[in-house]
Design a protein around this ligand. Sequence first.
Ligand SMILES: [Zn+2]
Length: 572
Amino acid sequence: MQFFNYIRKWCQSQTSFYFVFVLLSIIPNLVLFFTEPLPFVLGLASVGIPLAIMLCVLVLAPKPGIVVWCLLPKVILDGGQLVLLYLFGESVIAVDMFLNLTSSNASEASELLSNIFVVISCVFLFYTLPTLLLAFRSVRLKEKLTVDFRKKWAKRGGMLLLVSAVLCSSFPLFDYSFSVKNDIYPANALYNLYFAINKSRKNANYKKTSADFSFKAVKSDRAEKQREVYVLVVGETGRAMEWGLYGYERETTPNLKKTANLVYLKDAVTQSNNTHKSVPIILSAASAENYEILYEQKSIVTAFKEAGFKTVVIANQKLTTSIIGCFYREADTFIDMSTFKTGSYLKSLHDDALLPYLEKELTKSDDNLFIVLHTYGSHFNYYERYPKDFSIFTPDKADGIRASLKKELRNSYDNTICYTDYVLSEIIKRLDKSNTCAVLAYLSDHGEDIFDDNRNRYLHASPIPTYYQLHIPYVYWFSEDYKTCFPQKFEQVKKHADVPVSTNSLFHTMLDIASIKTDVLDESYSLSSETFVIRDRMYLGDHDNPVPFWKIGLKKQDFIMLDKWNIAYEKE
Ligand SMILES: [Zn+2]
C-alpha cells in the first residue's frame, strides 16, 4: 500500500515529470551512442550536448509538460528515429528517407507500410503516446517547478553543455571530422530534412535549370545500309549473386546462359542503393563524383535524340514525379504503363506487358531507335512480380516480410530472376528477329537484403548499404549485324568483362557503342573503348558526396561476401 502511495505521489510531482521527460527525450541519443561509429569520447559528447540542452529547455516553463507540447515535432521525429533504428539497427534518419516519403507510389508504399506497421504502432504506443499523456498530466497539475529548482538545473545543464563542447573540440585527436550537423541527433536529422527540402526544390526546378543544355551530339559512324537499334533495360532490385549466369547454384537464368554474344560484367556495383539516386546516374553523365551536374544537363534520351535517333521510353514503374520522369519525358514517345488500369491501384503489371509495345515500336518505322525499358524486376513484394507459370521455386508465397519467411522470400525472389531472364530473352529474340544492328544493355539500379545474415536486414535504400544492395547484374548483348559493323567495340566490351565497374559507366558506354560523339562523353568510362580506365569506385553518400564504396560503413559480413564474389576494393 505504501508503495502505491509512493507511486501516486511521484506521479503528481512536476520534478518527476521533469526527469522522465529528460530521459524520454534522449532515448534516441542513447541508442545512437551504441549504434554509430563515433570514437567513445565524441560519442559521450553526442549524448551530453542534447542532454544538457534538454535539461535547460525543460525548465523554461514552470510545468515541463508545456515545453514537451511545444516540442511536439521533436517528439514525432524521435518516434520516427526509433522506428528507423529498429528497422536498420543504425543511422540517423537520412535525406533519402525524407525524400522517399514523397516519391513512392501507392502500391509500393502500401507494400512496405503494411510490414513496418507493427513497428510504428509499438513505438507510438510505448513511446510517443505515453510521452504526450504524461505531458498532458503535467500541464493539468496545479503544482509548478520551483524557481530554485529551475535555476539549479539550468545551471547544471549549462555546465554539462560546456563539458560536452570541450569533449567535441577534441575531435582532431581521433582523426575524425566531427560536426554537429552530421553527428548530433536531432541536429543531424533536421539538417537532413533541410537537405531533402532543398533537393526536392532542385528536382522541381530541373526543367528550368537544364532547359538550355545541349549535348551537341552527332553520329560519327553509321552501320552501312543497316538500321541501328539500341535498347537500355533498367532493372530493379537485382542481386548478381542470385543470377545463374553469375554462378548462383540455382539455375535462374537458363535463357541468357544460352544466348550468344552476351557479355556480363562480373564485378559491377551500384553507386546508390536508392532508385531515385541510382537511376539518374544510369541515365545521365552524372556520377557520384559529380552528382550536381544532374541538374544542369539532360539525359541519355536527349543525347540519342540529338544524334538523329527516334527515342522511346516504356516504363512499368511510376517514376513521373521524380527527375527520372523528367528524363523520360524528353523522349519522342513515352509510354507510362504505371497509368494503365490493372483492376486495383495496388497492383502493377508484369514486365512482359512491355513486349507488345516494344514490338510495335520496332516495326512502326525504319528510323534508328533508342529505347529505354524500365522494368519492375524484383521489387518487393516479389511474389507479385511474376505470373503463376514462374512459380518455379516453392513455397513462394510470403504474407509479409519476416526472418521466419526467409525461405519463401528467397524462393519468390529467385522466381523474379527467372522471370527477368525470360523477359530479357524475349526482348533479345525480338531484336534478333528485326535484323538490325542492335545492342541491348541491362543493369539493375541496386540490389536488396533478404535476411541474408545475422543482421536480419531486408529490402534496400537503407542509410548504409550492404554487399547485397551493392553487387548488381550488368549485361550487354550484341546482334550479329552489330558485331559485323563494329567488331572493335564488341571486342572491347568482351575484353572488359572482368574489370571493376559501376553504374556510371552505362551512359558513356551506350553512347560510345552507338558511335555518338559529344563533349560530355568520357571514353575513359566506356567499356567499348580501348581507353577505358579502371578507377576507385565511388558511392553516392547521403549528402550527395562521393565516398569509396568500401568506406561507406560496410560490416565484416559484407567484406566476406565482397571477397567471395571477387569484388575489387582497396584492402588495407
Ligand atoms: Zn530501385
